[in-house]
Design a protein around this ligand. Sequence first.
Ligand SMILES: [Zn+2]
Length: 212
Amino acid sequence: MAADRCLDCDSRLPPEGGIESAFSREDGQYCQDCVATPRIALVGCGSAKQDLDDGETVPAKDLYTSPYFSLKREYAEECCDEWQILSAKHGLLDPETEIEHYDASLNPQSDSYIGDYEAGVWAVETAQSLSVWTSLKIPYTHYVVLAGEDYVGHRHIEDELDRHRHVAYPFRRDDLGGIGDQQGWLREQIDNYHPPGQADIEHFAADGGGER
Ligand SMILES: [Zn+2]
């Protein structure tokens, strides 16, 4: 029965029930973890980028121009509390960080592929950055990975993400293999999104976990 399970993480709700969503039209309940914890998206960078003059910079979130990236960004901004970019050149990258144009790809088929050795170095260094960055987040944080296997298929990255309690890889679903399918899924998530008790999130996060 789905009714006794959390709408978000599918864990079994306590006998007295879960917590109602802040939105009455949503049919179901959330567990305490999901209501009280932030959701963080990890978004793979894109190869289509703004043309910039030498030395010119933009916030990282504005550099990538593909509709696919824009939709991942929209999901991250609308449905998550926070997000980071996984960049083939910069590793773990804050969306607000000012960067220059670059050509680098983790896809071996791309003309901009950085190379096998460099991709290995990238994975080790990015896993290390993730480890440091996520250590400041509260333990029940939900991570949503919106990046392809070229980014997250590396053993070091997987091992790092595996340490966390809630990590979702929606793009690994059998029916989301193509970019078109993934874009459809993102659009649907954004259009149907209802935050679970979201009003309290900042309070909880600022308190380093808040009261239970
Ligand atoms: Zn839950």
